[in-house]
Design a protein around this ligand. Sequence first.
Ligand SMILES: [Zn+2]
Length: 436
Amino acid sequence: MREEKRVFLNCTMVDVTADCALRHGIDVFTEGDRIVRIAPTGGDTDGYELYDASGLFVMPGLVNAHAHLFGTGMPSKVISGGGAQKLVLKLVRSALGLKVLKMLVSSACKQELNSGVTTLRGLGDFRFSDILVRDRIRKGRGAAAGLDLVVSGPAITAPGGHGDGTFALTASKPEEFAALVEQNVSNGADLIKICITGGVTDSKKKGEPGEVKMTEEQVKAACDRAHALGKRVAAHIQSPLGVSIAAKCGVDTIEHGASFGEEEAALLKARGGAVVATYTPAYPYYKLPAEVTKLDDVRIYNSGVVLDGMTAAVKDAYAHGITVAMGTDASCPFSTQYGMWREVIYFAKLGGFGTKAALKAATLGGATALGLQDETGSLEVGKRADMIFLKDDPVSRPETLREPLTVVAGGRVIARPKVKRNKKIERVLDGLMEGL
Ligand SMILES: [Zn+2]
């Protein structure tokens, strides 16, 4: 591959390693997929292709640390079970289904990339479609070339647990969990996703998102085998008891989360663990009228439980110096593949953590949660050239993240990236955001 040499001239850089300080008049030099120099503007640019970025703000590409790639975010009755769900699952499992899945996943990756996400962690998709698409992208092919995709393959759950019968593989005995971990890894999974507690979309009673569905032995078996194979474990958890089991039994990243104590914090910290907030689906579920969300009372109530839990988890993580990241949980109803900017604002306002903390969690925090802190997450020499160029200052106007003017991913430049938005969903979500 020819090493393209480029310089992005005279931009204002958002330094996420220094409390989002703004550094004006900066030139960013890239060679191939790397940042090779960051210097005050006006220096020698000989041999570099020039990109005038005067008046623009540059920050690291976003890290969507929790997404699924099969869906568009359109609300649907399918997720609540019943005949419609059976029909869709039948299609998904057919020969044609795999083709459709690969198309959906590829399209999702393109939308994510064009909306500024340069690193994405997929935590549960059907039939290894995420792995197939990842391999294509890694060869530099397709519209999502440049996106760093880190994927788990199908999630692993217990009978009656979150994803049982739908997006997850189900095991009972500890050795069956270990075998599924091995199967996913031999199919190319970058990490393992397990579901320790129940979830909102498949909950049938109030409080169920937090109900523990996996035993300590099952969690430990999955974590031990994953770690033996050199893979990290992400776990869906929505209650304090769930976090406690996860911390004790070896989980690396707490997805969604709930409050936790000293002991859990110490265990998570010792293994470089992280908490990953996902406000994007929970907030609309909780706030929008039931006619719009098509959710019943139980699921609406449970969304409130989940929202409070994740804010508590992030607070506890900050209090103990544990890494905090964020993800959109894209594919869930009302979570589109171009909504990372909303997650940043939800985290800042709904969680109350402020925009600077949100921008850090959406970049360096995400990279650290994925073990990629030396590769991406901040604009530093030697790291991947993952950058987004913005019209406004994202610290004072985070809405500017909605439309990045240029995305650079692994050195690939996407000028004027196009995102196909669903106008109906956007209108509903914009209305919600006005009330924040
Ligand atoms: Zn998820």
